[in-house]
Design a protein around this ligand. Sequence first.
Ligand code: HGY
Ligand code: MN
Ligand code: MN
Length: 409
Amino acid sequence: MKDLQASIEEHIEAISQFTATPGKGTTRLTYSQEDLQARNYLKEKMKEYGLQVREDGLGNIFGKLEGTLEDSPSVLIGSHFDSVPNGGSYDGPAGVVAALEVAALFRKNGLKPKYPLEVIAMIEEEGSRFGGGLMGSRGITGLLSEEDFFNLKDKDGISTAQAMAKIGLDSSLPKKRDPKTMKAFLELHIEQGPILEEKQIPIGIVEAIVGLTQLEVTVEGQAGHAGTTPMDRRSDALVTAAKIIAQIPEMAIEEGEGTVMTTGRLNVFPNGANVIPDKVVFTVDLRSGKEEHVQNVLKKVYSLIESYSGNGIQTKTEQLLYIQPKGMNPDIISLFKQKSSELGIQSCSINSGAGHDAMVLSDFTDVGMLFIPSKNGLSHCPEEWSDSRDLANAVQILFETAKKLTEAE
Ligand code: HGY
Ligand code: MN
Ligand code: MN
């Protein structure tokens, strides 16, 4: 167990170096130089662990251990390897590292799976560069069409294809994967909340993942001189945006049932101290366990935004992402429970307030998710930390589960 822990810590430490903001957390945007460094590291480790490595037309990385059963569907294990700006070292990489170590255990034990085992490292789950998020899994499942993928641009107007080419990736390769080639998908992730730590339980077996909607709102007004424009002659985009944003938390509280809403990104144009802003673009991130709550709040948010059109102000709302709440596969949930107790590792059931690639893949294959505790419940910040002992426990459960699902001997 000690060796496993040491290897996990080594991977996490190595990958955490690939950041654009050293000393201020992990900033690893998709198709950036930091992505390329992490990509090369992961591909090298996959090869070291005896896996056949390939990348698809989105830049997702796959490391395959062939099965003895010809043309059979794979058991995929993994997560994403991009980050939020100034995020932590574990959100995403913990799941990819766990998958690498499962493959290492297959190799160490000379296991021959009947169904192939595939380690997968997905891109742009956070949406930090191209917006929306869950891009790697939505591309694999075809929920993100090839056309929409090629139309995506980052804030500097660089397209996905241009950014891929810059780091030597081939965007013309196939993206969508036939669901028949997937037998199951297992994802380990940090909880990113306080529950497991408070309960002092090392493993959470995810039952369901909240529904996740992301809006991008544009408010347009009229730029003007801050000093010479009378207050009753202004169409101030920022004041209008602020009035809208200030009413959003109350809407979530009113809806209740764990509904949460966040404005995390806001850009002001032209962003001059002595210029009345003529455009503001901001996001609204909406989550709830039940779709009816999502729909209720969405209706209210749209009408709130529309109510501010007029008097020189125009508003526009674009839906960047809409994923319904998803249940994990019951058979995999019971397999996780069985393997955890056989290993003598305490576990409990838990729901996810964070979105994950598992929620996208769950409509295309059998999906299961494990959580490990997050220190002080912190995530999406440099303080994010999880114990490699918990990660090692999760690797053992994943290994036993993968052995069963791949029918390895
Ligand atoms: O936002 C989320 O829930 C995930 O971290 N992408
Ligand atoms: Mn994540
Ligand atoms: Mn995240």
